[in-house]
Design a protein around this ligand. Structure first.
Ligand code: NZQ
Ligand code: ZN
Length: 394
């Protein structure tokens, strides 16, 4: 087991009706003027935003509601919201939505707290974030795990660059998780979320550190839960138990619990972000589209690890031939994605013909113009990335 810090400061309020407490929570965490960030339409149409506003008003918290966040959230909108937040004098950010909304709220919090800095400089590493505003969350989709994570992902749409920022400063102070708020999700979004949360643990599970028994067991139980309840959730978004299980699993999948003592890999996320930045497709879909190709390319690094995944997570009976068992595990994961109607190759993403030029551009983006290699389980250079993208291009 490697050295680790575990910092998960977010207060979780889980269960039916908990959003009624949002005003009191904002107040308890020091908010007096809250910017409420939400998405395109779902939270407005369902009446959730009105209920949140009523709760804030009842707690004596002033608010400014700003909507319009799209999936693969845009830097330009975050910048606009920063200016509005500054003019309002915001001292709290409340995100009502999923990963895109939460990450935008994180960006707005940084911009308001650092009025002289362009927020993208934090993402590009030109400025170090040392202060921000507190962020609260009312979660409406189980997927990205931003409600507990130290991460925020924004897209500079002008340059097709999707980039993440990691800092403990942006872990939310509270997260309200009512599974009933996810009942209105379309099947496709539930499925994207199931893939994303599974991938957050897979990206930690495949790493160079071995002999990490407890963390492995935690990771496997989280993944088994997602594999068991994910299909039910996709089939029926009104199944309270299934939606509860994936909501809790999604949160635990990305607060680092499933990787303690390991090193994070996150190669497939980096491969996927290049696709999301270029083609504006759903994050979860980009992950299932590349994972199987990544896995087959990397199988030889530690075939026993893949074999263990098959046995512990997909319930396969292993033969003892680690290559055969590892391949069977990858096939099982691929089938799991396919059964959820999630893409398992680039063609399934409906992004048209993916030419050699596009594949080269993706590999170029992944390696930041051939200036970096990436990956802990297997460190990938430009040629490796190009091979994986090409394998996924079928
Ligand atoms: O905008 P609205 O109308 O709300 O529609 C959204 C959106 O179209 C819809 N939706 C959300 N809740 C709903 C609902 N529709 C009906 N009923 C509801 N209750 O779902 C669509 C997707 O929303 P989005 O916020 O984009 O989903 P998700 O939570 O999957 O977030 C994806 C974003 O998070 C980033 C991804 O890269 C992507 O940009 N990630 C953030 C991470 C983090 N901050 O820790 C980690 C992840 O790996 C990921 O990279
Ligand atoms: Zn993800």
């Amino acid at each position: 087991m490697e050295r680790f810090d575990f910092y998960s400061p977010t207060k979780i309020l889980f269960g039916k009706g908990r959003e009624e407490e949002v005003g009191a929570q904002v107040k308890a965490f020091g908010g007096t003027k809250a910017v409420v960030v939400y998405g395109g339409k779902s939270a407005k149409e369902s009446g959730l935003i009105s209920r949140v506003e009523a709760s804030l008003a009842a707690a004596g918290v002033e608010y400014l509601s700003l909507g319009g966040v799209q999936p693969n959230p845009r830097l330009s909108l975050a910048r606009e919201m920063v200016e509005k937040g500054k003019a309002f004098g915001a001292d709290f950010l409340l995100a009502v939505g999923g990963g895109s909304v939460i990450d935008t709220a994180k960006g707005v919090a940084h911009g308001v707290a650092n009025p002289d800095v362009d927020i993208w400089d934090f993402w590009m590493g030109k400025e170090k974030l040392t202060k921000t505003l507190p962020i609260g969350v009312v979660l409406t989709i189980s997927a990205a795990g931003s409600e507990l994570s130290d991460s925020a992902v924004l897209t500079d749409e002008e340059h097709h660059a999707k980039r993440g920022l990691n800092t403990d400063l942006q872990r939310p102070c509270f997260a309200i998780m009512n599974p009933e708020l996810t009942y209105t999700l379309p099947k496709y979004q539930v499925a994207c979320g199931v893939v994303d949360m599974l991938m957050h643990t897979l990206e930690r599970y495949f790493n160079p550190v071995t002999c990490n028994a407890l963390t492995d067991e935690i990771a496997e139980s989280v993944m088994r839960t997602v594999v068991k309840f994910g299909p039910t959730a996709v089939a029926d978004s009104h199944d309270y138990q299934a939606m509860s299980e994936i909501m809790w699993a999604g949160a635990l999948s990305h607060n680092n619990l499933t990787g303690l003592g390991n090193v994070k890999d996150f190669t497939c996320h980096q491969l996927g972000h290049e696709i999301g930045g270029m083609f504006d497709v759903a994050h979860g879909a980009t992950l299932s589209a590349v994972w199987c190709s990544w896995a087959r390319y990397c199988l030889s690094v530690n075939p026993a690890r893949f074999a263990r995944l098959g046995e512990k997570v997909f319930g396969l009976v292993n033969s003892g031939d680690v290559y055969a068992d590892g391949n069977a595990a990858i096939d099982a994961a691929e089938q799991f994605f396919a059964d959820l109607d999630m893409p398992t190759c680039l063609a399934d993403l409906n992004i048209g013909e993916v030419t050699e030029e596009v594949l080269n551009a993706l590999a170029d983006g992944f390696t930041r113009g051939r200036t970096r290699t990436f990956g802990q389980f297997k460190n990938l250079d430009y040629e490796d990335a190009l091979t994986i993208y090409s394998m996924a291009n079928r």
